[in-house]
Design a protein around this ligand. Structure first.
Ligand SMILES: Cc1cc2nc3c(=O)[nH]c(=O)nc-3n(C[C@H](O)[C@H](O)[C@H](O)COP(=O)(O)OP(=O)(O)OC[C@H]3O[C@@H](n4cnc5c(N)ncnc54)[C@H](O)[C@@H]3O)c2cc1C
Ligand SMILES: *[C@@H]1O[C@H](CO)[C@@H](O)[C@H](O)[C@H]1NC(C)=O
Ligand SMILES: *[C@@H]1O[C@H](CO)[C@@H](O)[C@H](O)[C@H]1NC(C)=O
Ligand SMILES: *[C@@H]1O[C@H](CO)[C@@H](O)[C@H](O)[C@H]1NC(C)=O
Ligand SMILES: *[C@@H]1O[C@H](CO)[C@@H](O)[C@H](O)[C@H]1NC(C)=O
Ligand SMILES: *[C@@H]1O[C@H](CO)[C@@H](O)[C@H](O)[C@H]1NC(C)=O
Ligand SMILES: *[C@@H]1O[C@H](CO)[C@@H](O)[C@H](O)[C@H]1NC(C)=O
Length: 595
């Protein structure tokens, strides 16, 4: 007790000094500063908002929570309950399309603060919670520039929302002005991209910020091309996906999505529209390639390499756990994991799921390889399953092009129903039997309690050095990105919180134990990751932070777990404030630890 108190006194003194310093310095972004919320003297007046609305030609939206029709209470006192609308909403709540058209609803529901829950009683309250207060339905760079000027003038939190898919709560924020990039849908085919400072010469695609995977795929296909994009059709290729790294069906052939970027148009925190390329603003060009969305600027467009379309093959497999075959399933997983390096080296992208209900490959897909060859790579797994007497289904097929192959993937894109965590699993884990056994054991522990999936790829050969782009260098030695999910419970919020904590404190540690000094993929990870700086950004963190400070000295761009975000605290009441800090120490953290 005495020892604890004497340790406590030092930080307490530090705290008092810090508060004193905080009172003296009250510039934007300084010690102890908070963004404005309604009721603050600095919050814009009705006239200010109307002025902004005129500047953006009427594209300003005052947000209403998506689930308002399921509740009587509403923001302005009118009864918003509409049973028919509410029933329809409940029926479609878990589809991405339901949230895609909303200017404010994040697909990861837990980041709304449970403020307007469609599955609760109509008499329960409905408020904005952590939804953005206003949204600009942007169509041009000048709309984005207007937003930047406005938030700076009024000290308001800014949120960049594209599709709202983000699993870590990065595209929503309480009392924020959001810019919505979804409708920025320009697309241009450049038959021969030539650029003095780029060693790339070939076809390219220039995409507006709102372009989704499927839109890019169809457009590319119409020109006999394909592009590196994500799995879910309506994830924003040009938004958080490519800026966060971007794992793709084509990754084992061409690398991460971020590796494909040739040039960006960006509205920066200064309000300027600039180009980031190998010739101009090269540091920003580097940072945007995998350093995370919502951090360095608002991307208006990105130009990416396109590749000639080719034939594909895909294989699917499943084996159900009937309660008696658990040992056999996990035993066969060892063989499967050991076959992954040769599969990804042959160019494959392999998605698998392990859960209490069994094991599935959905799918293994590869460009430029026939199904008969793909079968060969999966043969050892099938033989092992045969030996163990497991009943499984296996099928494979050839496809003439990317779109046909992509369309074979069953649509299973429910969102808003799982909390998430993740870990990048290195290739070295399957290089000897002992570490493979340890991997299987960890996967068994996790997948007996939660849904687990892995996406396998090899991006080691895509760049000349892992530091060519900002994406975590750990990607280059990764064999699969592991994701752990636990269901959200809409009627028992404490259970949802407990499920997330189980991921953070029980399940992910199983994967961490076999991957010391490992990493996580910033787009498929746990927002509660205790050491997000090292885990998500690896050795690139300090360089990214320096670039962030250069282009965004006032922290206009804040997003949970983004580079530089640890200077800020998102308080329960929705306020976003800088953490009091002195000499680089985080005062609230010192208090938690020692006082
Ligand atoms: C069903 C599903 C499937 C997925 N599949 C894959 C996959 O196959 N491979 C993969 O790598 N990832 C995948 N992801 C993860 C995905 O890459 C991330 O969720 C990504 O952040 C989504 O980007 P978005 O722009 O669509 O989403 P949003 O939630 O709108 O934005 C995500 C982040 O990017 C920022 N951002 C968006 N647009 C811009 C812009 N124009 N300028 C600056 N910042 C911006 C936002 O502020 C936010 O921080 C998947 C996610 C889901 C939900
Ligand atoms: C902005 O202007 C448009 C068109 O005049 C109007 O429909 C809309 O309600 C306004 N938005 C706000 C927040 O007032
Ligand atoms: C997916 O979401 C739909 C619509 O909300 C729902 O009806 C369906 O049961 C969900 N499917 C799964 C597998 O959860
Ligand atoms: C978030 O929820 C907590 C707990 O219910 C509440 O105290 C807080 O005021 C909420 N914040 C907002 C902005 O809704
Ligand atoms: C946003 O703008 C687009 C046009 O760019 C329009 O089609 C869409 O309906 C608008 N959405 C909302 C919610 O206002
Ligand atoms: C599992 O094993 C038990 C005991 O041998 C047997 O009774 C049961 O039918 C088996 N279940 C299945 C699905 O094979
Ligand atoms: C959610 O929690 C409630 C109350 O604890 C429980 O009755 C219900 O079964 C849970 N629902 C799910 C889908 O787990």
């Amino acid at each position: 007790m005495t020892a604890r108190w004497s340790i406590g006194l030092v930080p307490l003194t530090v705290l008092i000094v810090a508060v004193a310093v905080g009172v003296r310095n009250s510039n934007y972004g300084d010690v102890g500063q908070c963004r404005s919320i309604p009721g603050d003297p600095s919050w814009p007046s009705e006239d200010d908002w109307n002025g902004l609305n005129r500047t953006v030609q009427g594209k300003l939206i005052a947000n209403i929570p998506l689930a308002a029709p399921c509740h009587h209470s509403s923001l302005d006192g009118t009864d918003t309950y509409d049973q028919e609308k509410c029933d329809a909403l409940r029926d479609t709540w878990f589809f991405p399309e339901t949230h895609l058209v909303s200017p404010s609803s994040p697909m990861a529901y837990q980041f709304t603060n449970n403020s307007c829950n469609p599955f609760l009683d109509p008499d329960s309250p409905c408020g904005l919670g952590y939804h953005a207060e206003y949204t600009i339905n942007a169509t041009s760079a000048s709309d984005l520039q207007a937003a930047i000027r406005f938030v700076k003038r009024h000290n308001i939190r800014l949120v960049i929302r594209n599709t709202g898919h983000d699993y870590l709560g990065k595209s929503t924020g309480a009392y924020a002005l959001a810019v919505w990039t979804r409708h920025m849908k320009s697309m241009e085919h450049i038959p021969k991209y030539e650029f003095p400072q780029s060693d790339y010469q070939g076809p390219a695609l220039k995409m507006g910020a709102g372009i989704e995977n499927i839109e890019a795929y169809k457009f590319a296909s119409s020109h006999g091309l394909m592009v590196v994009g994500g799995n879910c059709p309506n994830v924003g290729l040009a938004g958080g996906y490519i800026q966060g790294g971007g794992i793709s069906i084509l990754s084992s052939k061409y690398g991460l999505a971020a590796d494909q970027a040739l040039s960006w148009e960006v509205v920066t925190a200064s309000g300027d529209l600039i180009t980031a390329s190998p010739a101009e603003n090269t540091d920003l060009f580097w940072a945007l390639r995998g350093g995370g969305g919502g951090t360095f600027g608002i991307v208006v467009s990105v130009t990416v390499k396109a590749h000639p379309d080719t034939f594909f093959s895909a294989a699917y497999m499943n084996v159900f756990n009937d309660g008696n075959n658990t040992d056999a399933i996990y035993s066969s997983l060892g063989t499967f994991f050991q076959s992954l390096p040769s599969l990804v080296d042959a160019g494959a992208w392999v998605v698998w799921v392990a859960a209490p209900f069994g094991f599935m490959i959905i799918p293994a897909m590869v460009a430029g390889l026939h199904a008969a060859e793909l079968d060969g790579y999966l043969q050892p797994t099938r033989e092992k399953m045969d030996q163990l007497g497991l009943q499984y289904q296996y099928s494979s097929a050839d496809y003439p092009g990317f779109i046909e192959s992509y369309n074979s993937i069953p649509p299973m894109w429910n969102v808003s129903d799982f909390t998430m965590g993740g870990r990048l699993m290195p290739r070295e884990l399957v290089q000897d039997q002992d570490s493979t056994d340890a991997l299987v054991n960890a996967v068994r522990t996790v997948s007996s309690q939660a849904l687990m999936s892995g996406v396998s790829f090899n991006v080691a050969n895509a760049v000349s050095s892992p530091s060519d782009v900002a994406a975590n260098p750990y990607f280059r030695k990764t064999l699969f990105s592991a994701v752990v999910g636990a269901p959200l419970n809409y009627t028992d919020w404490a259970a949802t919180k407990a499920a997330q904590d189980q991921i953070t404190y029980k399940l992910l540690p199983e994967l961490k134990a076999i991957t010391p000094n490992g990493a996580g993929y910033l787009s498929e990870a746990d927002f509660q990751e205790p050491d997000f700086k090292t885990t998500f950004y690896g050795a690139h963190y300090e360089k990214l932070l320096a670039i962030k400070q250069k282009y965004d000295p006032d922290d206009i761009f804040y997003a949970k777990t983004a580079v530089g975000s640890d200077r800020w605290d998102e308080r329960v009441d929705g306020r976003l404030c800088t953490k009091p800090s002195i000499w680089g120490f985080d005062v609230p953290d010192l208090i938690r630890r020692y006082v």
